[in-house]
Ligand binder design. Structure first.
Ligand SMILES: Nc1ncnc2c1ncn2[C@@H]1O[C@H](COP(=O)(O)OP(=O)(O)OP(=O)(O)O)[C@@H](O)[C@H]1O
Ligand SMILES: [Mg+2]
Length: 762
């Protein structure tokens, strides 16, 4: 439906209403979900612009609606015709000559065997090194414009470039690669501004499975709505959104996943949309919001989008095969074929267009389906859809000369506001609720980059994370179980070790194993982190919160469970194995286990930021931890490690806690580990009778010129530390270095998120 029709119909009822404060105010309502009377669509000019309220109004209204609440979950239907003057908040997103090429390199094929027919979008310059360097044109000179109040839909066969076009407009293609111009109200769109005034709804739903619909939306509200908005207002916004999205029945249901039954696919889709529109963005991009939904759910989703558009937003989406009813909700269409425009205009133009082209659409056919089939047919023909592309160009020219004000006219002919004015006006109407300030000069600085201060984000993120872990106690249960089982096995195997030379060997083995176990136990957090990573990317792509606050809250929320796990492990093993040091020894032992957990957790977090795949992640974690253990100093002492590997010894995360606990164990100077005849243990002479050993000892004493009786202490704890090469750090030094490694990996984690989550095509 074109704008002209809207404006005409609206101006036929010249009601002039102020935005706020009118007695009609609470009547500015949403259309009810099942209201069809004004979705006439392509039929004619009967559809009036129903004024959908923006947040400021809605917040107030929600209260009224709730009071009216009679169990009917959809708000009462009121439509309000607005004159173009009051309604006009013109946002015009114009894109011209968008062209996007990618290079595809291919091995040269044998001439003659290559049966590939070049399509119009492909050029094949052959490099002299025998490698095809092919340029594939994904978008070819695409122009168009989208306005607030309207839904613009991109249609086309699979692979025609719909997602690419949406990506291009949503600034998800790197600057240098995309040619052409994108302007908003005539001004070039800065990426920083676009980030705050727009939202992009991905094709797949990335949501936390254990949160309910209401909680999911509430967290989004806390991230994206400013702190200045009170909690009750945020709640009101969420409730209003739940109604708007038709999610009332599912509000208290968890999202669910493969393992937990949750909301339906269509409801999920709507929740995903809800997350991104919570702050009432001015521009909304959606990639196939209706795929995978049955026709009723799909219609509901588009209906919601229509309301959003009518509240003064530009909605731009790609859609596969819209049903007849959905077509009635779309205002502008762009049909693509292999990256080229083959039609653009309103749905009502479609029959006339194809009539002129010489392929009339039969009366009883679904117009879009027919058009898509026709385009596909043309693509299969030798000339491709070239004829239609050319025809479209001519048709556009003709249209422009007949109705100069439809397209291509400068926006100021519509009572034009500059971008800055338009944004201000929108904000004062309650749009873009991310806490905007009007005073500033440039549009980009009018809206703050983040809605909330740093500490607020940390609190919200931590709250969400705690809620998630409390809903999945089995995850923590498994980790605790793993720690307790390992602790129990170690405790029984190394039960009450004595201070003999054998006992010393066993102690060393126990420590090496125990210290590396703590790291292995951390690896199970990898899949959880990876799953979260995609949600994080979605949320930070449009500035829901800072990356730094995510990293900090991620660390903070990990700590309590780590403390608990370390205590459980320390308590099961310390006394059972018979470790030294009493209570203070225990606390150091606990401390260093905690430090290892912390370092291991940070290390795994960092890996999850770098490695995108669970299996790959596991392989890397397990391999690296094995190397850490190998180089820790247990299997081979530091002085025996080849020089060119010594750096790995210092990088080994296991080295520090291992040396720390050894020092904790062997620090007592009065304690003796090898006494008198025990020096023959672990040697071939260990098997000779005791009396013989005593005589041997006397002989040795004589030769050395010193008295060594069976009770003389030959090796103290300090000697053992010396033999193990544990000399370069004190036990507290070891503890602090381990803790520092944890911080170090957290910082790397931050950088991996900063660099690795650009979410853009090249
Ligand atoms: N990096 C790339 N290199 C080569 N070709 C690419 C690349 N990225 C995308 N394409 C191609 O670009 C074309 C357009 O892709 P796009 O995802 O935009 O299609 P689409 O219209 O959204 O399809 P669908 O309806 O299946 O989602 C496809 O043929 C795709 O194979
Ligand atoms: Mg796509």
């Amino acid at each position: 439906m074109s704008r002209v029709v809207d404006d005409n119909s609206a101006s036929s009822s010249p009601t002039l209403l102020p935005y706020f404060g009118s007695s009609h105010y609470h009547n500015m309502d949403l259309e009810s979900n099942n209201n069809n009377n004004n979705s006439g669509g392509s039929g004619g000019g009967g559809r009036r612009v129903s004024f959908s309220p923006t947040l400021g109004q809605l917040l107030k209204r929600v209260g009224d609606a709730r009071r009216e609440g009679t169990g009917d979950e959809t708000p009462v239907h009121h439509t309000l015709a607005m004159s173009p003057e009051t309604r006009a908040l013109p946002f015009v997103l114009r894109f011209s000559n968008l062209t996007y090429n990618v290079k595809v390199t291919k091995k040269m094929q044998i001439p003659g065997v290559n049966s590939h027919i070049a399509t119009p979008g492909e050029h094949h310059p052959v490099g002299n090194n025998g490698v095809f360097s092919r340029t594939k044109t994904l978008l070819n000179d695409i122009s168009g414009e989208a306005r607030d109040g309207e839904i613009m839909a991109v249609l086309g066969a699979s692979g025609s470039g719909k997602s690419t076009l949406i990506d291009a407009l949503a600034n998800r293609i790197a600057r240098g690669s995309l040619k052409g111009k994108i302007t908003l109200n005539g001004e070039p769109l800065e990426s920083r501004l676009l980030k705050v005034i727009s939202a992009y709804v991905m094709q797949d739903d990335l949501l936390f499975p254990m949160l309910t619909v209401e909680e999911t939306l509430m967290f989004s509200a806390e991230f994206r709505l400013p702190r200045t908005l009170s909690k009750s207002k945020k709640e009101a916004r969420v409730q209003q959104l739940i109604d708007q999205l038709g999610l009332r029945n599912a509000a208290k249901t968890i999202i669910g996943d493969e393992g937990h039954r949750g909301v339906s696919g269509g409801e999920r889709r709507r929740v995903s949309i809800g997350l991104d529109i919570i702050h009432d963005p001015i521009i909304l991009f959606l990639d196939e919001p209706t795929s995978g939904l049955d026709s009723t759910s799909a219609f509901m989703v588009v209906k919601v989008l229509q309301r959003i558009a009518q509240s003064g937003s530009i909605v731009m989406m790609s859609i596969h095969q819209p049903s007849y009813r959905i077509m009635g909700l779309l205002d502008r269409l762009i049909f693509l074929s292999k990256g080229q425009t083959v039609f653009s205009g309103s749905p009502s133009d479609l029959p006339g267009y194809f009539d002129e082209f010489g392929k009339s659409i039969p009366e009883n056919e679904n117009k879009t389906e027919y058009a898509l089939d026709l385009i596909r047919e043309l693509e299969g023909a030798p000339g491709g859809a070239k004829a239609l592309v050319e025809f479209h160009k001519g048709w556009q020219m003709k249209k422009r000369s007949v109705f100069p004000n439809i397209e291509g006219a400068p926006q100021d002919s519509r009572g034009g506001l500059s971008l800055k004015e338009a944004i201000s006006a929108s904000i004062s109407r309650g749009k873009l609720v991310s806490g905007a300030t009007n005073a500033d000069a440039s549009p980009a600085s009018m809206v703050p980059t983040f809605a909330n201060p740093f500490w607020n984000e940390i609190v919200t993120l931590s709250k969400r994370s705690v809620m998630n872990s409390r809903r999945t106690p089995e995850l923590f249960g498994i980790r605790l179980g793993a720690v307790l089982v390992t602790g129990f096995i170690l405790a029984t195997i190394f039960w009450q070790l004595d201070n003999s030379p054998k006992g010393v060997q066993e102690r060393l083995g126990f420590f090496a194993f125990a210290m590396s176990t703590t790291f292995y136990t951390c690896a199970d957090a990898l899949p959880v982190f990876l799953q979260e990573r995609y949600i994080f990317m979605r949320e930070t792509a449009y500035n829901a919160y800072r990356r730094s606050s995510y990293v900090l809250s991620h660390a903070l929320t990990a700590l309590p469970s780590l403390i608990f796990l370390s205590f459980a492990f320390a308590a099961t093993t310390f006394w059972a194995v018979g470790l030294d040091g009493g209570v203070s020894g225990f606390f150091f032992y606990f401390g260093i286990i905690f430090a290892s957990f912390w370092a291991g957790n940070s290390f795994v977090s960092f890996l999850s930021g770098v490695v995108p795949h669970v299996m790959l992640g596991y392989v890397i974690v397990v391999a690296i931890l094995a190397y850490f253990l190998l180089f820790s100093g247990f299997f081979i002492n530091r002085d025996r490690i080849p020089n060119y590997w010594i750096w790995f010894h210092y990088m080994s995360l296991v080295k520090y806690p291992y040396e720390g606990v050894l020092q904790n164990e062997f620090q007592d100077p009065t304690k003796c580990f090898i006494r008198g005849v025990q020096i023959f243990d672990n040697t071939p002479l260990g098997a000779v009778p005791n009396a013989m050993k005593v005589r041997l000892l006397q002989t040795i004493s004589g030769s050395l010129g010193m008295t060594i009786t069976p009770s003389t202490c030959v090796t103290t704890g300090a000697d053992i530390l010396q033999q193990q090469g544990v000399t370069d750090l004190t036990k507290w030094g070891c503890l602090w270095v381990t803790v520092a490694w944890g911080f170090f990996f957290r910082i790397l984690f931050y950088f991996s998120l900063l660099l690795g989550s650009k979410n853009k095509r090249r």
